[in-house]
Design a protein around this ligand. Structure first.
Ligand code: SAM
Length: 264
């Protein structure tokens, strides 16, 4: 069936915040049970990012799929709430940016800080040009947003530092298989330091296996809002000590022998 139109459609979620539905990928950008609640759980609480804010002097994040910009705004909020003078750099890529008019209709539910940031977010979408765009979000937070495809971003060598956290958020392996390959996870590995944590809502065996082929250690974590599991990964197994690891060697062998179908 041909989608009625290509533009994402604003959709309410059960925690009172809005998300988008993508006719192109036929998928919501967030869990319909709660966009803000899911993002907080997967990318912040499970990854340990709030602890890193209290420990470090600087922080860098890479996100696959800027989407609504919600993860950027959540980081902005965590930094704002911290009494530490930490500086953060946020790299993100987005091939299909929403227009400013759509962004100005976002609603982050009962969170006044996020809602107050919506006009600034709409401005970012208004000013966005193809390629790398840099915005100072606050005196502590800089955004480098690449309007274009993930592969072009990595070919352009646009990250000038190693990142501490990777938010891998490009729709599911079924909807967007090209961003769940060992090649993609090798590219992500190239911008890590020894403590980097990659987190994703995805718990698909095939996705974990692709990470394992690329040399990542991989672990299960409790999922958000009724989802049984999500995934965390690192190139340093010590970082995953509090999680239950998968058997990376066996998964990598299965991936190489094409032993499984893509699953969710
Ligand atoms: C699940 S949504 C991201 C949600 C986002 N993190 C948020 O908080 O709203 C996935 C995003 O990845 C983008 N995307 C999909 N494939 C891409 C690619 N190859 N390169 C860059 N962006 C891509 C989509 O347009 C979409 O905005």
């Amino acid at each position: 069936m041909t989608p009625p139109h290509e533009h994402p459609v604003i959709t309410p979620t059960k925690d009172g915040s809005t998300t988008l539905y993508s006719p192109r990928f036929r998928q919501h950008y967030h869990n319909p049970n709660g966009a803000v609640a899911e993002s907080r759980h997967v990318f912040f609480e499970t990854s340990g990012l709030p602890d890193a804010i209290s420990r470090n002097e600087s922080l860098a994040v890479f996100e696959t799929g800027f989407g609504t910009g919600l993860n950027l705004l959540l980081l902005h909020e965590y930094l704002h709430q911290s009494d530490k003078k930490i500086r953060a750099t946020y790299y993100s890529v987005e091939a299909f940016p929403v227009d400013a008019a759509t962004a100005s209709q976002f609603d982050f539910g009962d969170n006044p800080f996020l809602n107050r940031s919506i006009p600034a977010l709409a401005d970012i979408f208004e000013q966005l040009k193809p390629g790398l765009n840099t915005f100072d979000i606050s005196e502590r937070l800089t955004l480098h947003l690449f309007a274009g495809f993930f592969d072009d971003f990595f070919e352009g060598d646009f990250i000038s530092e190693k990142v501490d956290f990777i938010f891998h958020d490009p729709f599911s392996p079924e909807a967007n298989p090209g961003l769940w390959t060992p090649e993609v996870f090798k590219k992500l590995a190239s911008v890590t330091n020894q403590n980097t944590v990659l987190s994703t809502y995805c718990a698909a065996t095939s996705a974990r296996a692709a990470m394992a082929v690329a040399g990542w250690y991989v672990a299960r974590a409790p999922g958000a809002l009724g989802k049984r599991e999500m995934t965390v990964a690192s190139l340093n197994p010590l970082i995953l000590q509090s999680f239950k690891r998968v058997n990376e060697k066996r998964l990598a062998e299965r991936y190489k022998s094409a032993d499984f179908k893509i699953d969710k």
